[in-house]
Ligand binder design. Structure first.
Ligand code: HEC
Length: 504
């Protein structure tokens, strides 16, 4: 029936486009200082190589690591190459036109802002990525990052990361993109002009995203195929879609659960969609505050959700998506969504046609603060009668958990152990950490599905290894594939071998 089609035009696109795209409950209050303390302790502990929880003293000790200073005219990568784990690379104000690769552990890349002058990483609309890290314990702070084609800051299977105080504009597909990482903090960043998701947390665990300002992007903050994430105190406005939490089918990690979205301003996300013409993301409908698809155990609390013209919140299952082939290993339903107290106002004033049709069917003229499409169970919304709702009459009107205030953070108490890098698993870590950001098994994301690549390159891993070192344009309707030439020939061969064996 036509109810189903509501999300079809809408969200299918987001998913594909979406980029195609653990638990410490601490006892403290005052979130920002707690966050910083957490960041410091996880950094210091990881820097010191300690397994216990770090404290201020160990942070100070860690700061005795060597500091290498980079001045304008010099190359940041040279300093990173010289740095040893525990060292800080300090970058003075000025403009740097390079991609910085960090493939060792416990490196802090710290910009120095002086009299309002920032260190600027400028990709000149030619370079793909500003910072790519695959080490653990990486910190990236105080950079202005502009005009890249791929990503601002991308993490590839790095754990215990801190990305703070960066100002990221117009960096292509993603702004801040930790992929397949555990235990990471993303805070006090400002991001705009990103063609897909400004902050895209992909296949990651134990993540804290707070006090960021994301505006003028296609998607603001996305928590995708990730678990144990808190998204709080962010300003999310003027994007096409504000905060998204999803399961994208056919990625190697199959679930999204335990996500808290609270104390955010999700306002006026009505930006025109400016995804690259012809790309799938260009179909994301503007005007939606929060989208929850097939995620479980999500709490939405104390947000200000207003003036989003399509809907304040959309909750959907995979089956409502026409273009999505159901992944038998991903449960398609959004379950146990708790919408607690939030301020809703003036949402849904200019809904898309499919929502209008639902309104007609429901005999209402009021556009929705929240609309649910498809199935799902165990969800609840408090104060339901106070808000304009569609499709949630089966939801409970009280929630078992009345507040998330007892959960200060879902970051770990101590640093996560690094992922295994033994040869046997290297290809897998690389695939999940890099390739799965753009390739799913059977659905189009940014790049073509892995299944199709397997057909093209059956028995020819070296062909893949060679292609990714120097990708050429193959398809008119896809963006260019970024070079993976920074990977050694053995790493390229390992990931190619793995790509050919992926089964789902
Ligand atoms: C930022 C997104 C992105 C990432 C990350 C990415 N790819 Fe791609 N890939 C693409 C796009 C886009 C294309 C299609 C390019 C075209 O057809 O012109 C593509 C195409 C390919 C192809 C097809 C080449 C052909 O002959 O048709 C292969 C093989 C491939 N990628 C392998 C990989 C591997 C291996 C990785 C991980 C190391 C990877 N890609 C990471 C975006 C990405």
């Amino acid at each position: 029936m036509s109810k189903k089609s509501i999300v079809i035009g809408t969200l299918a696109v987001i998913v594909a486009a979406g980029a195609g795209y653990f638990v410490a409950r601490k006892q403290s209050s005052g979130s920002s200082s707690a966050d910083i303390a957490t960041a410091q302790s996880l950094l210091s502990a990881s820097r010191a190589g300690a397994s216990g929880k770090g404290d201020a003293a160990s942070l100070t000790a860690a700061l005795t690591g060597k500091t290498i200073t980079v001045k304008p005219g010099e190359v940041i990568q040279n300093a990173v190459n010289q740095a040893q784990p525990g060292d800080t690379v300090q970058v003075m104000p000025g403009t740097y036109n390079e991609t910085v690769y960090i493939d060792k552990d416990n490196i802090s890349l710290l910009g120095v802002v002086k009299e309002g002058q920032w260190p600027v990483l400028d990709g000149m609309s030619k370079l793909n990525d500003a910072v790519l890290y695959s080490g653990n314990g990486i910190r990236v702070e105080n950079f202005k990052i502009v005009k890249f084609k791929g990503n601002g800051i991308m993490g590839q299977a790095g754990n215990n990361f801190v990305i703070r105080h960066n100002w990221i504009e117009n960096t292509g597909v993603y702004g801040i993109f930790p992929q397949f990482g555990q235990n990471g903090l993303i805070q006090y960043n400002v991001l705009s002009g990103i063609e897909d998701a400004a902050i895209y947390v992909g296949m990651s665990d134990n993540i804290q995203v707070d006090h960021n300002e994301v505006h003028g992007n296609v998607a603001g903050i996305e928590i995708e195929n990730s678990r144990h994430a808190v998204v709080e105190n962010n300003m999310v406005y003027d994007n096409a879609g504000g905060i998204l939490t999803f399961v994208t089918p056919w990625l190697p990690i199959k679930t999204t659960f335990d996500v808290i979205i609270r104390n955010n301003f999700v306002v006026n996300n009505n930006h025109k969609n400016f995804g690259a013409p012809g790309s799938i993301v260009s179909g994301v409908p503007s005007g939606t505050g929060i989208i929850i698809m097939a995620a479980k155990d999500v709490i939405v609390e104390n947000n200000v959700i207003r003036d989003n013209k399509n809907s304040g919140i959309i909750v959907a299952d995979h089956k409502s998506f026409a273009n999505i082939t159901i992944d038998p290993d991903s449960d398609p339903y959004p379950d146990r969504i708790s919408v607690l107290s939030n301020l809703f106002s003036n949402n849904g004033y200019e809904p898309m046609n499919e929502i209008k049709a639902l309104m007609v069917a429901s005999l209402t003229q009021q556009g929705p603060d929240i609309v649910a499409v498809g199935s799902g169970s165990g969800s609840c919304m408090v104060d339901r009668a106070a808000h304009a709702t569609l499709g949630i009459s089966s939801w409970a009107t009280t929630c078992a958990k009345t507040t998330s205030a007892d959960i200060v953070t879902l970051l770990l108490d101590k640093p996560a152990t690094p992922r295994s890098t033994e040869t046997v698993t290297k290809g897998e870590v690389l695939y999940k950490g890099i390739c799965a950001g753009c390739h799913t098994y059977s659905a189009r994301m940014i790049g073509p599905p892995t299944q199709i690549i397997q057909a093209l390159y059956a028995g020819n891993p070296q062909g893949i290894a060679d292609y990714i070192a120097n990708p050429t344009k193959k398809r008119e309707d896809f963006p260019p594939m970024p070079s993976q030439g920074h990977l050694s020939p053995e790493m390229r061969k390992a990931v190619a071998d793995y790509m050919l064996t992926v089964k789902k």
